[in-house]
Design a protein. Sequence first.
Length: 334
Amino acid sequence: MSNENTKPCCEKFKTSIGGQALIEGIMMRGPEKDAIAVRAKGEINIEVKPRKLRSKKSVLCWPLIRGAVNFFDAQVAGVKALMHSAELSADDSVEEEPSKFDAWLEKKLGNESFQKLIVGIAVFFGLGLSILLFFLLPMVIVGFLDQWITHNLVLNLIEGVVRMCIFMAYMLIVSRMKDMKRVFAYHGAEHKTIRCYEAGLPLTVENVRQQTRLHPRCGTSFLLVVMVISILVFSVASSLLLALVPTMQLLRGGFLYRLIMILFKLLLLPLVVAVTYEINRWAGRHDNWFTRILTAPGLWMQKFTTNEPDDSMIEVGIAAVQAVLPEEEGADLW
């Protein structure tokens, strides 16, 4: 029986295939296709859709632009996959009638437009909650210290520590929720399956089971690096702002000063995500002492955001990966 200390087989290559745990399922995103594999009524239901590929010459593929674009695209795809998995895994014997408001919206907008509206609202509130909890709240808390602490770097370091504490507390609380334990087990199955594939082993339950459930190219690791990079970006950018607009020092300690700094940092969030994406992309392509140090905190955090899957979950992971494998061997190299 494998556990968190199980060592992966020798990694032969790094794949760009990545996924997300769903309700009783897994979404995998390959270079050409996306697949959603969900276990419903004992059977694995697989839905495969081709990806809309962008030209490599597109401005959306430029460094520091592609990061924010891909992050937002992943949020939309993730919400759609979650909704799909929730529908498939729901008990058919318990069907809820749509509310009058939902029925009215669907009638006015049409089914496709209604679905897009629901996805848009879900993405908006999901991102909004993350920004509120992990960025706005630490900014507000630390903002009250600016009348006693005038050193900009110290303030941003304290803000970063508060942000990290809130993030880790949130993950620990979520990991102990009963309903999330199975989702985190599917998260573990996702990682194990990709580990097995990268080791060049046949995708069998036995081979996948032997892999570690921790993976350096994980969304949890990405979010953790976002927290760290935000400290650097916010420190440099806010110092430049104060240097370019020295009159802001006169406002220090007041409500207007705090409001300006909060809005300024919120505007910098796409840059933080973009820089983190490029760092994560580089670290994912290299394996040395520096990248191992860089990814170590994320791997540690995954001990809380992944659980050991059972064989039925591993089967879902294998089905999801196999569904997105490119026709041309090596087309998915990271």
